[in-house]
Design a protein around this ligand. Structure first.
Ligand code: MV4
Length: 495
């Protein structure tokens, strides 16, 4: 394997190419017409245009990606996350074309791509699961009886759904039938598959996921957990590793369960096993993601491993070079997703030109991004512009460093979620570690940011007044004093 095609764009395409380069592997970028000037295109050794801006005419067209491999002689494809990364039909086409997909087998993707077949596979290993139905509901009356047994509130989930799509909470038996019909029709139109099942609704869960790696020799290890409880409408906001609530005992148990879930499909490559944790610290398996995740860097920071390099080595057929007992957690890592969205306007995507774009630097700071100053953020794709990752000796230091890095980050021309992120990581509930998936709904209002905005406006006004004074006042003492103050004002960030 000496040439890899990266079937993705943005930060993750660059992230993958960097590791390939370090391994002496040549890279091929694919790009849409909207991404002609993108950084991943410039970074790659070769680049192929695969069609118009909309992803269903470019990044999602498997045949164009396979053709690009043939044209350039790339032997393997790294799909990144999103797009074709969890598409078993694509994985099969890649295999049939005699190419290597840097990822799991089509069979493992297929099983884990459906929550019911995923749970059925995991059941063989006695993995804790939320009580509910084990099969798709066919008889509503029977399902209602089961719901009464399990106890309300219950949650209806679409077997084909992902990331919270197609979920419905049912508070009482009287509402069951109506909600069931709504859920089935929603699932049918969203996924072309109306299969739904029920689970007891865990009311205040934490979202904890375990990173796993499996090689083609049957070795599977876990790389500990990531805590991703701070989400907004199923979009993750902050992720960290390790979780501040897990004890070493629970961590070990969850890790073993995650390895077993992976083993149930003979998992090869990097994958993530998702759990929810309730108030009693009991955990339940939810689903498995068969891709490299957005938040993988926090795991890299605390384990010292390069997950993309591990993926490539596995795809080459190498055995893992370490055992479970060789792995340990060092320090604490935090990731903030920076979105081109306006928190004061219901998080509406805010596209435009990055008038100013200066990233934070220094010890313990990592920025994974795909833009530079002067670039336009295209409207066609995900609004995430960067991942700001900090590492520290402990959680407190990782948070302090994140606050410092947010303050150093200078973005103008578009609205971003940086200020929102600062609100989250400084919030007493977050700092104390006492939070769940309801954090944003519970604590965030636009007023949380308005104070900061007003402070900025006040500083701008003061600066103007001071500059005016400086122009009007010629006495030496006063000028010096004013210069000092106005410099101080200018040094404040105004994202
Ligand atoms: C749940 C749950 C409560 N009880 N299942 C949302 C995404 C999908 N992966 C599973 N999800 C949930 N499943 C039961 N039985 C609550 C959620 C959930 C959630 C989970 C993790 C992180 C954020 C969330 C936000 C809302 C709901």
């Amino acid at each position: 394997m000496d040439k890899i095609l990266v079937a993705n764009r943005g930060e993750i395409a660059l992230r993958i190419m960097r590791s390939a380069k370090e391994m002496g592997i040549k890279t091929v970028a694919v790009f849409s017409e909207a991404d002609r000037n993108a950084l991943h295109v410039r970074y790659a050794d070769e680049a192929i245009c695969i069609g118009p801006a909309p992803s269903n005419q470019s990044y999602l067209v498997g045949s164009k990606i396979i053709d690009a491999c043939k044209l350039t002689g790339a032997q393997a494809i790294h799909p990144g996350y999103g797009f074709l990364s969890e598409n078993p039909a694509f994985a099969q086409q890649v295999k049939d074309a005699g190419l290597t997909l840097i990822g799991p087998t089509p069979e493992a993707m297929e099983v884990m791509g459906n929550k019911l077949s995923a749970k059925a596979a995991a059941l063989k290993y006695n993995i804790p699961m939320v009580p509910g139905t084990e099969e798709a509901i066919t008889d509503i009356e029977e399902a209602k009886q089961r719901a009464i047994e399990v106890g309300f509130p219950i949650l209806i989930k679409a077997a084909a759904g992902g990331g919270g799509k197609g979920m419905r909470i049912v508070e009482k038996a009287d509402d069951f039938e109506e909600q069931m019909h709504l859920a089935v029709s929603e699932a049918t139109s969203a996924f072309g598959d109306g299969a739904v099942f029920i689970e007891r609704y865990v009311t205040s869960p934490r979202h904890i996921e375990i990173q796993v790696l499996g090689d083609t020799h049957g070795n599977i290890v876990h790389l500990f957990e990531r805590e991703c409880s701070v989400q907004r409408r199923h979009q993750k906001v902050v992720e960290e590793a390790p979780s501040s609530v897990l004890t070493p005992e629970i961590r070990e148990k969850m890790g073993k369960c995650a390895v077993d879930v992976a083993r149930s499909v003979s998992y090869v490559g990097a994958g993530t096993v998702e759990f929810i944790l309730d108030e009693n610290l009991d955990f339940f398996f939810l689903e498995m993601n068969t891709r490299l995740q957005v938040e993988h860097p926090v795991t890299e920071m605390i384990t010292g491993l390069d997950l993309v390099k591990e993926q490539i080595k596995i795809a080459k057929g190498e055995a893992l070079s370490f055992k479970q007992e060789d792995l340990k957690i060092s320090g604490h890592a935090m990731e903030l997703r920076v979105y081109a969205e306006d928190p004061l306007n219901n998080f509406l995507p805010d596209i435009g030109k990055l008038q100013t774009y200066q990233t934070p630097k220094g010890y313990g700071v990592r920025v994974d991004d795909g833009f530079e100053q002067g670039m336009e953020i295209p409207i066609y794709y995900d609004p995430m512009i960067a991942k700001l990752i900090t590492f520290g000796k402990d959680r407190t230091e990782a948070i302090e460093r994140m606050v410092r890095a947010i303050d150093e980050y200078d973005i103008t021309g578009i609205q971003t979620t940086l200020g929102f992120g600062k609100f989250v990581i400084q919030h007493p509930a977050f700092v104390s570690g006492k939070f769940d998936t309801h954090f944003v709904n519970k604590y965030f209002t636009t007023d949380s940011l308005k104070n900061e905005k007003e402070e900025e406006a006040m500083i701008a006004a003061l600066t103007a007044v001071l500059l005016l004074q400086k122009q009007q006042n010629n006495t030496q003492a006063s000028a010096t004093e004013t210069t000092k103050k106005s410099n101080w004002m200018q040094n404040r960030r105004t994202y």
